[in-house]
Write a protein that binds this ligand. Sequence first.
Ligand SMILES: [Zn+2]
Length: 499
Amino acid sequence: MGTPQNRPRIAIASLMHESNSFSAEKTALADFEFFDPAGWEKGNGEVAGMVSELDPEEFDVRRTIFASATPKGPVTATAYEELTSRLLEAVRASGPVDGVLLALHGAMFSELYPQADEETVRRVRRLLGPGVPLVVAHDFHANISPLTVELCDALVAYQQNPHLDTKQRGARAARILMRTLRGQARPVQAIVKPPLVWNIVFQNTNVDPLLSITQASMKLETQPGILAASVLGGYQYADTEFMGPSVVVVTDNDLPRAQAEARELAGRMWDLREQIELRLPDADKAVQLAMNAPKHPVALFELGDNIGGGSAGDETFILERLLQRKARGWVVVIFDPAAVEAAKQAGIDGAFDRPVGGATAASASRPVQVKGIVRSLHHGRYVETEVRHGGSRYWVMGHSAVIEAVGSTADELNLLVVTSERSSPNSIHQLVSCGIYPERQKILVAKGAVAPRAAYQPVAAEIVTVDTPGCTAVNPAHFTYTRVRPGVLGVTSEDRPIR
Ligand SMILES: [Zn+2]
């Protein structure tokens, strides 16, 4: 145990952002929240785990900077420079440090640095010099580059998705650094990246195919000589060279073993590639399935327009197919304030004949012409009486109108609901409040992936998730990647620049 003068000094810093490089909404400095160092041990994140694990009697712990922003588009160049210079300055101001713990998301994309976290690690390493141990913690969704692993002494990522182990992983990172500083361990590490996209649809670590690999990594960590074993799913909404899953194994001074174990786990991921092929119907196929289903209503979940995931809320891929295929008895909700105004002008029973949806900067689809009459107008507030996703009770979709579209019969109504605010379809009362009986409809279209399930399960005979384009699309084929390294299975890279 050292006196305050000779305790080894450890600086902790954190910059967290998961950036969707396909989003037009940039992330600015103002989007970042800076956490007061006095409260870092609160909460369940890896920073809390690091702070709690480090023994202040033995180590002189310096809390430097901890900033985080909600997932959005690329971090602007100025925000990235400001964040990293504040981080470096804070570490420098801590005086000469003996070790650094760095918590980074691992999927930050900045305008000038697509692998932004690698650049952050590089800058910290440059400040520290080669001899000072640097341990990095990453999110399960990190897109790790091999160079990141070379620039730090150990890298520990969450093993679980949903992320329930963030605090434990931070604590593990801290333990590796403490053991290193005590001279009890000499971490060396290896990374292997299976050349595929581990689709977000298959990233739940509590179920197979990922469960068995996650369990293997946990078991590996219980073995002597293994300091950490992380299996990461990666983040497919980032057009970066090292997008995709990774395995990182840290051993105590046994590089061949780290390499062998990482290869083994990565090989298991690769071997499951056929199990993680997307086999979801597209909009046209889904509409036909719904029309021919033995029991109704069938709920179609539009994965590419997942409002809860930040999508436009006005994609028309399914609406267009319903009209083309002359389906009957459907309900579609579309965010379109101009259409709401037009319906208000027309009034109840008034004629409605105009393009709908596909109108925002984020939309991937075209507006679709809808002809019909205005059936009803609504203030757009509704109440959910049951416990549903997110726990909200009061919902707002803004002024809204129900359009009875052409092709309706007395028993089979084609209903388009246009809203003036985006509202994730987490409550069936969105429809009920508009005088719609969802159980009497044949096809219910909801813009979401998981959140609407609790709302639609009780009324729907079947729920079909539909592979539609849009900024929340789950199928990488809907995006054009230009930076992903060649040979990654499942990536369509048109216009690949010559390197
Ligand atoms: Zn994550």
